[in-house]
Write a protein that binds this ligand. Structure first.
Ligand SMILES: [Zn+2]
Length: 486
C-alpha cells in the first residue's frame, strides 16, 4: 500500500477468542498429485460471483492439499468483509461510513454433497470448519455459499458512485504457521493480509454496462439478458481483486508478451502514464527477474490512500497527487508481495521497504543518479528529523523495524516501515554496489517465487552475492541504529 493521508492513532488491539463448534464431516480424500510444499497449486478457488444492487451472492469451492500436518482436523478461512460491519471489534474503518457491509456464510459442504456444520469466531472474521482428520498430501474440496453486502466507502472493498471495488471479498484460506491457522485481526494501519499463492477460476455475473478490471485473464464473456457473464482465471496469486465501473476508459498495450491494461477516466497524459507503467515493469524485471504473470492491470479508483497492491492488479487513487511515484511503488509490489511473499503483518518493513526503495531505482533508471539521490535524500531528511525529535523529546518510541502492523501508530508506520526501511535497502544497495545487489535480490526472487521469504532468507542470498556478510548492517538497521542520523 502507499499512504496518502495520515490517520488516527492505532487503537490497542486485543486478541479475539475463537469459539469452536464440534463438527463431524465425511472426508472425501484424494491425493495431491505428487505435489509438495515446495511446489505451487496447492490451493485453488472456483467461484461464481453474482453482483446485483450492492450485494454479491457467491458460491465457492476451495480445494486444498494438506501439506500442513498429519491429521489436519479443521480449516479456517478469513472473512475480511466482516471488518466492514458497523459493530466490528477490529474494523477496516476509523471513522463512520455511509453504509456498512459484511459477509454471511450460509452453507458449508464437503464437495457439494454433505453438509458440514461451521462456526465463526466472536468478531466474525474467521470461519472455522472442522473436518475428519486429513492425512498429509491428501486433498479436500469445501463448497460454500455466501451473501456479501458491500459498504459504501472508499476503502479497499466498497462502492462509490459507479465504482465497485471487490478486494478480499471472499472466504480466503487463513495462513497456516506453527501447527495452526493464524487469525490476524483487521487494522486500519498497514495491510492485514497474509496468504499463500493459489489458483483462481472466477465467473462473475454483473450488469452489462460495467467495465470489469480484474486480477485474471479473460477466458470468455457472454450476455444473458441485461447481464454479462465473465469467466476469469489466474495462477499463483495471493488474492483476486475485481473493480467495476461504467465510466472506465481502457488503454492497453503489449509489453514483453504481457497484456498491460490501464483503467482510467480519460487521463489527459495517457501515453506518459503507460510509459511509467511499462518502464516500471522493465526496471524491476531487469533488477529482480522478469515479471512472471501474463497480465497487469493498473486501475484508477476512488481509494482513500495513494494505491494498493493485489495479484496482477493495483489500485491508483483517483485523487493521487504523485501518480508516477505511486505507480512505481505499487508495481514494485508485484515482486515484493505478489511473486515473493513475506509476512506483511509481522514484518511489514520487508515488502513496503523494498517497494519504496524500488521506486527510487525506477527514478534512477529513468531520470539518472541525481533523481535517485534526491528521492533517497528526501526520505533520509524526513526520517532523520523524525528520529531526532523522538530522541530530543525522549518519547521512548521504538525505532525498531522488526515490529508488526499492530505495534505502530499510523505516523510511526510511515516513518519506519516505509522510510527507515527504504533507507536500509538504500544503504545495502550502496554498500554492495548495483551488480551484486541485483544478483542477490534476483536470486532471492528466483528461490522464493510463489513462496514466502523472510529477512534471513534475503540476507543469505545477499551474502552469497556480496561475498561478505551484509547481515550485520541489516540487523543494525532493524534495531534502533540509523546510519544516516547524527
Ligand atoms: Zn506499499
Amino acid at each position: 500500500m502507499l499512504y496518502k493521508l495520515m490517520r488516527c492513532e492505532l487503537k490497542k488491539l486485543y486478541i479475539a477468542m475463537i469459539i469452536m463448534l464440534s463438527i463431524i464431516g465425511v472426508i472425501c480424500i484424494t491425493g495431491c498429485v505428487n505435489k509438495t510444499k515446495n511446489e505451487t497449486k496447492l490451493i485453488s478457488y472456483k467461484m461464481n460471483v453474482a453482483y446485483a444492487e450492492n450485494q454479491i451472492v457467491g458460491t465457492q469451492t476451495t480445494t486444498i492439499c494438506n501439506y500442513y500436518k498429519e491429521g489436519l482436523d479443521k480449516l479456517c478461512f478469513n472473512l475480511y468483509p466482516n471488518a466492514y460491519r458497523e459493530d466490528a471489534k477490529f474494523p477496516s474503518f476509523d471513522k463512520a461510513m455511509e453504509s456498512y457491509g459484511g459477509i454471511e456464510i450460509e452453507t458449508v459442504m464437503l464437495n457439494d454433497k454433505d453438509k458440514l456444520q461451521f462456526a465463526v469466531n466472536d468478531d466474525k472474521n474467521l470461519l472455522i470448519v472442522n473436518i475428519s482428520p486429513l492425512k498429509l498430501e491428501e486433498s479436500i474440496s469445501i463448497y460454500m455459499t455466501y451473501t456479501l453486502t458491500l459498504p459504501i466507502c472508499n476503502l479497499r472493498m466498497g462502492i462509490t458512485d459507479n465504482n465497485i471495488k471487490l478486494a478480499s471479498f471472499y472466504p480466503q484460506l487463513a495462513y497456516f504457521e506453527n501447527g495452526e491457522f493464524r487469525n490476524d485481526p483487521f487494522t486500519t494501519i498497514g495491510d492485514p493480509f497474509l496468504s499463500e499463492c493459489a489458483d483462481y477460476d472466477i465467473t462473475i455475473s454483473a450488469p452489462s454496462d460495467y467495465i470489469i478490471a480484474s486480477s485474471g485473464t479473460l477466458i470468455n464473456s457472454n450476455k444473458e439478458g441485461d447481464n454479462q457473464i465473465v469467466n476469469l482465471t489466474a495462477s499463483n496469486i495471493r488474492d483476486f481483486a475485481i473493480v467495476m465501473d461504467k465510466n472506465y476508459q481502457v488503454t492497453d498495450s503489449i509489453w514483453q508478451n504481457k497484456v498491460i491494461k490501464y483503467y482510467h477516466y480519460g487521463d489527459e497524459n495517457v501515453d506518459k502514464t503507460m510509459k511509467i507503467i511499462t518502464d516500471s515493469m522493465a526496471v524491476y524485471s531487469d533488477m529482480y527477474g522478469m515479471y512472471d504473470y501474463p497480465t497487469l492491470s493498473v486501475v484508477v479508483t476512488d481509494f482513500v490512500d495513494g494505491g494498493m497492491e493485489f495479484g496482477r492488479l493495483v489500485y491508483i487513487s483517483s485523487n493521487d497527487s504523485d501518480l508516477e511515484t505511486t505507480i512505481a511503488h505499487e508495481i514494485a509490489h508485484q515482486w515484493w508481495y505478489s511473486m515473493v511473499g513475506s509476512d506483511s503483518i509481522m514484518t511489514p518493513f520487508i515488502d513496503e521497504g523494498m517497494a519504496t526503495f524500488s521506486s527510487m531505482l525506477y527514478y534512477k533508471s529513468i531520470y539518472g543518479d541525481e533523481a535517485f539521490e534526491s528521492k533517497l535524500n528526501a526520505v533520509c531528511d524526513s526520517y532523520s528529523l523524525y528520529e531526532k525529535l523522538q530522541k530530543m523529546r525522549q518519547t521512548g518510541v521504538s525505532l525498531e523495524l522488526n515490529k508488526s502492523i499492530y505495534d505502530y501508530t499510523d505516523y510511526q508506520y510511515q516513518m519506519l516501515v516505509y522510510q527507515k526501511s527504504a533507507m536500509m535497502f538504500g544503504h545495502i544497495y550502496q554498500t554492495m554496489g548495483k551488480e551484486k545487489f541485483k544478483k542477490g535480490m534476483s536470486n532471492y526472487v528466483k528461490k522464493y517465487k510463489y513462496k514466502m521469504g523472510n529477512i534471513d532468507n534475503m540476507i543469505e542470498e545477499l551474502n552469497d552475492a556480496y561475498g561478505q556478510d551484509i547481515g550485520g548492517v541489516v540487523k543494525g538497521w532493524q534495531n534502533a541504529c540509523c546510519y544516516y542520523v547524527n
